[in-house]
Ligand binder design. Structure first.
Ligand code: IMP
Length: 430
């Protein structure tokens, strides 16, 4: 029976979704990105080759699997074309494998300027965005002045929409930000040149997916970022500007929620966060440095060092609830191999009481002190292990505890960066 699976990040992004999507793509016919833009960075390592994708689903590494950039994504055409060029130069791009929704909104040059300028204006209250124009592009979408990929098919319409936007944006940029505005002809020519490379891929992807379901194709919906960065359910305002949770797979790709068969959450065996905002289990000093260096915890998009901390079961339970998780994949277990002691946060102490439900309010989260359960480290390599029962006993106990606390079955454990460094406990496609 065909299956439609949604993969989401269960933390603050960077959970290692790229690798898991790459593995699960073996059993899929189609891979769909449904939200976010090139703020995401999905790293996949195949043998000695490393690939970092920002926009194109990592499924593109599998010839013959169709990759869809869905309606809910914001597309920077320059970045998209660069990704296509890199794939071409490495001999793995097949034009027939890529489809872009006509409804996906375009990231425009003024969005990037607004993103970085707003961050500057926020000063100490900055969000720590990736500066890729994501927020302003979604703002325009919601305020109904956005320009869509489909508009690239109609030069006249594109120019009119651009003109209307620049009238307002240039005024704001010049008078409030005291920076130079944009010339309509420059953006127009730049985007019309870029359009030549993109237009062949622009399609009605919702209809395509609907028809594919009719042919019983397996579809993998690949989320970007993570649950706690969701615009509605994350740690607002320190979030991204899209819905990152499983529900967005339906709206962001134009399929009905009843078509989704299962939702899988990806979580690291510890926690990381990039950008600002509360992070209850965050570690400081040498302990954080050890996780960062061992785990190579530097942003795939911006190169920023990631903040590191212990696994947070309060947040994991919350992610299970908000996404309706059917299964969990635990990544980077091997990063903990050399530690003497490992902690799991089971609750927060807040105002003298222990709470076990994740509060999203910054003011509350900042005052939450993690309550830890201590584990002895297994102090043995896990990389290369192929079966769960071959893991060190203490590592098995750690995963089992994490599963119990999160309330979700662990289906896969990742013990290294390569495709092969994976322990499949239960294949979500089966
Ligand atoms: P934006 O999405 O660039 O607006 O950034 C908003 C927040 O989301 C910042 O804290 C970013 O660091 C964070 N963020 C955005 N994309 C990712 C991602 O792919 N992984 C982790 N954090 C992200």
């Amino acid at each position: 029976m065909a299956k439609n699976l949604v993969i989401v990040g269960a933390q603050w992004g960077d959970e290692g979704k790229g690798k898991i999507v790459d593995i699960l793509t073996e059993s899929a016919d189609i891979v769909v990105r449904f939200q976010g833009g090139n703020n995401a960075g999905h790293t996949v390592i195949v043998g000695k080759e490393k690939y970092v994708f920002h926009l194109i689903p990592s499924g593109i590494l599998h010839p013959g699997k169709i990759c869809v950039i869905g309606d809910g994504v914001v597309v920077d055409p320059e970045v998209l074309l660069q990704e296509i060029e890199v794939l071409k130069s490495r001999g793995i791009f097949r034009p027939e494998d890529l489809l872009i929704s006509k409804n996906a909104h375009l990231i425009m040059p003024y969005h990037k300027k607004l993103d970085t300028a707003r961050e500057r204006l926020r000063g100490d209250n900055k969000i720590g965005t990736t500066g890729r124009g994501i927020g302003p592009a979604y703002e325009d979408k919601v305020s109904r002045c956005g320009i869509k990929c489909g508009d690239l098919l109609n030069e006249g319409d594109f120019r009119l929409k651009l003109k209307a936007n620049l009238l307002e944006k240039n005024h704001y940029i010049k008078t409030i930000l005291h920076e130079d505005g944009f010339e309509i002809h420059e953006i127009y020519h730049q985007y019309m040149t870029l359009a030549a490379g993109i237009v062949p891929f622009i399609k009605n992807t919702s209809k395509f997916l609907h028809e594919a379901m009719g042919f019983k194709k397996n579809i993998l919906f690949e989320g970007a970022q993570g649950t706690l960065l969701d615009i509605d359910h994350g740690t607002y305002p320190f979030v991204t500007s899209s819905n990152t949770v499983a529900g967005a797979a339906a709206t962001g790709s134009g399929i009905g929620p009843s078509r989704i068969d299962a939702v899988i959450g990806i979580t690291k065996a510890y926690t990381t966060r990039v950008g600002e905002g509360p992070f209850p289990t965050e570690l400081q000093g040498a302990e954080a440095d050890r996780l960062r260096e061992q785990g190579g915890e530097y942003g795939a998009t911006t190169g920023r060092p990631r903040r590191c901390g212990w696994f947070d079961a309060v947040a994991a339970r919350y992610a299970a609830r908000i996404n309706g998780l059917d299964g969990l994949v635990v990544t980077k277990l091997d990063v903990l191999d050399n530690l003497d002691n490992i902690n799991i946060c089971t609750g927060y102490r807040y105002n003298g009481k222990v709470i076990d439900d994740f509060p999203t309010e910054t003011s509350i989260l900042l005052k939450c002190e993690p309550v830890y359960e201590a584990f002895e480290g297994w102090k043995a390599p896990t990389q290369g292990v192929k079966k769960f029962d071959k893991l060190p006993k203490k590592a098995q106990a750690y995963i089992k505890r994490l599963e119990k606390l999160a309330g979700v079955e662990v289906m896969m454990v990742s013990v290294g960066a390569n495709r092969d460094d994976s322990i499949m406990i239960k294949d979500p496609f089966k």
